[in-house]
Write a protein that binds this ligand. Structure first.
Ligand SMILES: Cc1cc2nc3c(=O)[nH]c(=O)nc-3n(C[C@H](O)[C@H](O)[C@H](O)COP(=O)(O)O)c2cc1C
Length: 206
């Protein structure tokens, strides 16, 4: 077992860290400004922090506009490289998705489509958390993502978390009100950490 050097990283930091392969990368799966998805991604990041697991957030609101030019399929803009590198360096990916029109947001699929094939997801551990205004808590987009990541030979962590009625689940301070939901996110983060450690043969925890 290799050990974690104990380096921590600021959330949202896009520089490539020296021991990136010991890190969980959280993907905040929409570019809608002031999204609840970004709030929940922050809640999950706090759980990894509590577990002393190095992590960082890739926030799709930070995608540079030039990435959306049609020419980006053939030639990625240099500004996309930090996003691509972060995925390639991740020990595990934790995808946080809202439900938009019964599915995953178009921007999240577009982001996936721009990443390097096949190495971005091949044998990479991935976990999923969904949130929605409605009662199904983003079950549909999470299952769509499982199909996509399964197609790409990722290792799917089976314990998913669904957060329904997200508008009333978050308090005015932007944090989850229900201790039981927070406990569910903690359990998922802890379980996914162990899953990644087992698959990769490393210790993530400082
Ligand atoms: C374009 C769009 C489509 C949406 N479609 C659905 C939907 O199909 N089902 C649902 O429960 N909520 C739907 N919602 C509401 C979101 O679940 C809600 O905004 C929630 O806060 C998560 O999205 P957010 O991260 O953008 O805030 C939709 C929201 C947007 C912006």
């Amino acid at each position: 077992m290799l050990s974690n050097p104990g380096i921590t990283f600021r959330l949202g930091e896009l520089r490539c860290p020296p021991q990136a392969s010991f890190m969980i990368v959280l993907i905040s799966g929409t570019n809608r400004p002031d999204s609840n998805t970004r709030r929940i991604t922050g809640e999950i990041a706090a759980q990894y922090q509590a577990l002393h697991v190095p992590h960082r957030i890739l926030d799709l609101t930070e995608l540079p506009l030039e990435v959306f030019a049609p020419a980006s399929y053939a030639e990625k803009p240099a500004s996309f490289q930090p996003f691509s590198d972060a995925i390639l360096a991740a020990a595990g990916l934790h995808v946080v998705t809202p439900e938009y029109n019964g599915g995953l947001p178009g921007v999240l699929k577009y982001f996936i489509d721009l990443l390097k094939f096949p190495e971005s997801f091949e044998r990479r551990p991935v976990a999923f958390t969904g949130l929605a205004a409605g009662m199904w808590g983003a079950l549909r987009p999470v299952e769509q993502l499982q199909a996509i990541f399964g197609y790409r030979n990722a290792h799917l962590y089976p314990e998913r978390v669904f957060l329904p009625g997200i508008g009333s689940a978050l308090g005015e301070d932007g944090h989850l009100k229900d201790a039981e939901l927070i406990a569910r996110l903690h359990k998922q983060a802890a379980g996914f950490t162990a899953f990644v450690e087992t698959l990769k043969g490393v210790s993530l925890r400082a």
